[in-house]
Design a protein around this ligand. Sequence first.
Ligand code: NAP
Length: 337
Amino acid sequence: MKSNDTNRREFLTRFVGLGAALTLPRSLVDGGGELTGKAAAAHRTHPAPGAPSTPANTHSIQEALPTREIPGTGERLPIVGFGSSKPVLEIPTEGTEPLEAVLATLLEQGGRVVDTSPRTEEIDREFGQVLTQPRFRDSLFLAAKVNTEGEEAGIAQMRQSQRLFGRPTLDLLQVESLRDLDVHWPNVRAWKDSGEARYIGVTVSAYRNFERLEAFMRSESFDFVHVNYSVMEPLAEERILPLAQDLGMAVLTNRPFMNGSYFGRVAPHTLPEWAADFDCESWAQFSLKYVLSHPAVTCALTETSNPVHLVENMHSALGRLPDEATKGRMRELVSTF
Ligand SMILES: NC(=O)c1ccc[n+]([C@@H]2O[C@H](COP(=O)([O-])OP(=O)(O)OC[C@H]3O[C@@H](n4cnc5c(N)ncnc54)[C@H](OP(=O)(O)O)[C@@H]3O)[C@@H](O)[C@H]2O)c1
């Protein structure tokens, strides 16, 4: 049997090409390694915002990041995306530089999907100024949301995202957490009909909304379902994910780290040795590889304001993913934490 390192090298050479593999964080190429080694290497491959590309960073893993198809249209999306909430909400205190750094890293690593949620006009104006920079404007798949009460307020949110994000056509328009769904849905659908949204869908991020979500999936036809799913919150795999597959809906996932509380629970524990069998190098990758191994998942969103974390998260898509038996073992392990 081949060693894990040999498998990893073969994978990188086959899918990435040796030149590109050489620009990846060393821990990924060599196996093992601590986050510090990976972090240092990730810093080497990711230029500061606005910095010119060097020969090293022009060889990104762009061609290697796996993609999955949006059912029905054939359009493909990279399987790890970016939930923008944290760095966007930090704009008033931190400015836009951290946000620009993670967006630049996302593109450099072959990602494209950015999830957004309406914020104050001041914040979304600054966010929009970033999104409309030439390096980001035509490269991102932008998901927007409506999340307020009342029809007029809902339309105002949709128009704000469209206007401030410089997107006459939103890639995806979602009703967040099913809030005032009956009121917003006719307008969301009308935006798809008019071409102002390419795809439409709904989101949930808590188990309490699963029953309503399932009923809506069965009663309406739409493109994307966006749901919380992770190794510590696996319930979506029982009914929602198989239903999405049956109905031909694309799936975005949120809360891979339960908004950060996952890391508090795994912190006292050592990553099991058997995680190396599916090329997993950290607790972050442990949850993300669990999510990505489900065939219904089109793209797993991860939220961060740290480019090094984003690289670590995106590299979850590389190498092997756990099989069903291993997923059972993973669930069992974290259920004791
Ligand atoms: N109803 C909805 O529509 C809904 C609800 C919730 C979420 N979402 C979407 O899903 C996205 C993600 O879900 P979430 O909000 O629950 O966040 P999450 O991705 O589960 O967790 C984010 C937290 O994890 C930390 N983190 C990320 N990568 C890390 C790494 N490799 N190592 C250590 N810490 C790491 C981040 O801190 P650092 O900045 O320090 O990395 C942040 O505190 C959201 O941004 C949003 O787009 C949608």
